[in-house]
Design a protein. Structure first.
Ligand code: MRU
Length: 360
């Protein structure tokens, strides 16, 4: 079995630049299959269905998607001004696929401001498409480098032999290479650390059971899957020395959106005096969102709770289900936010503003 974080890019550009190739994460851990995606509707569906998932990975996918669409319009002979108009429609359509992870709109805005610049400077449609392709590759390469830095900073806070709790999946599948929340564990393994990792299975879509367990096992990290409601017992028994999670949007005051269930884990960690660390790239910080109350929480289909994983339905016909996909962890519960720009600590309003100011 190979190391996913060394060998697998969950998304990449096809050799001819006409499609985004994406590992279909809905099929893991049982099947490794790739989608070849070239139209806006398929791109939207890939994000919405969670075939492509994890905040940074969605951002990288969005960057490549705009490059692919631009090339397609240029190849059809559209003039640059028309390509720009079409891309604006596509970007706003893709942006509506998932509302909580800021990396999606961050990458789309970055691509669209480049497209506008190309048009203003009189680029042909073909040259505009090449620039967007280069920018998509830069977004991807930056994410690889950011993940590596986050892994190094995160590892500096851990000790050999620590028991670590994770929630959802913030590894190579959700990002590029080392991941964010799992980065310190993968890097630590390379450096000879032995961690004991407990992965919350992460109801209802089981990213912890299906994806984190898959990644960590392949990397040879000692790993145990638990149901979400077992974390408290493990903490009480002294099995957990730190909690590591990724993030989908960090508000200016440090409140952080992540997979549903994360805030409950943070509350438990505070009760038991266990440090709760959030790991993510600077592109996940959203200075235009003042607090967690301003973060829009995605609500998903009720079928994900009662029927989709079972041979027979597990809730009575007609019973109501509520399925918010994320929650917000209050900044007061977070021991540190570990970014590629360093380890940020409270007061977060100041440390985040300083980190963001370093580079635009
Ligand atoms: O719904 P998902 O699977 O996209 O949710 C993913 C998470 O909540 C991750 O923890 C987050 O995106 C960070 S990924 C590095």
């Amino acid at each position: 079995m190979g190391l996913i974080y060394k060998e697998t890019d969950p998304v990449r550009l096809s050799d001819d630049g006409r499609a985004v190739i994406a590992l279909d994460q809905t099929k893991l851990p049982n099947e490794i299959s790739y989608l070849s995606i070239s139209g806006a509707q398929e791109m939207y569906d890939a994000i919405k269905s969670l075939a492509v998932r994890g905040a940074p990975c969605i951002g990288v996918f969005a960057g490549y998607s705009i490059a692919v669409l631009a090339k397609r319009y240029a190849d059809e002979g559209m003039p640059a001004d028309d390509v720009l108009l079409r891309l604006k429609e596509d970007a706003s359509y893709l942006d509506s696929s998932r509302p909580t992870a800021v990396n999606l709109s961050w990458a789309l805005k970055r691509q669209m401001s480049l497209a506008e610049k190309c048009c203003k400077n009189g680029f042909s449609a073909k040259d505009m498409a090449s620039s967007l392709c280069e920018e998509a590759v830069s977004i991807h390469e930056e994410d690889i480098n950011m993940c590596r830095k986050i892994a190094e900073y995160g590892l500096s806070l851990l000790h050999d032999g620590d028991g670590i709790l994770t929630h959802c999946n913030a590894g190579a599948l959700a990002t590029s290479r080392y991941g964010t929340g799992l980065g310190p564990l993968l890097l630590g393994k390379e450096k000879g650390y032995e961690f004991h990792v407990y992965s919350d299975e992460t109801r209802p879509l089981l990213q912890g059971a299906r994806l984190t367990a898959y990644e960590l096992m392949r990397a040879g990290v000692d790993e145990t899957v638990i149901c979400d409601n077992m974390a408290s017992l493990l903490m009480k028994r002294g099995k957990i020395q730190a909690v590591l999670v990724g993030c989908d949007r960090i508000a200016a005051n440090g409140d952080t959106a992540n997979k549903i269930g994360t805030s409950g884990v943070a509350i438990l960690a505070q009760y038991y005096g266990i440090p709760f660390y959030v790991l993510g790239p600077y592109s996940t910080i959203d200075m235009s969102t003042p607090t967690g109350d301003d973060i829009r929480i995605e609500e998903r289909e009720p079928e994900e709770i009662g029927t989709m994983w079972y041979e027979h339905r597990m809730i009575p016909e007609g019973a109501k289900c509520y399925n918010p996909a994320f929650d917000v962890t209050d900044h007061s519960l977070i021991a540190a936010i570990i970014t590629d720009r360093g380890i940020l600590s409270a007061p977060y309003t100041e440390s985040i503003a300083t980190a963001v100011k370093e580079k635009p």
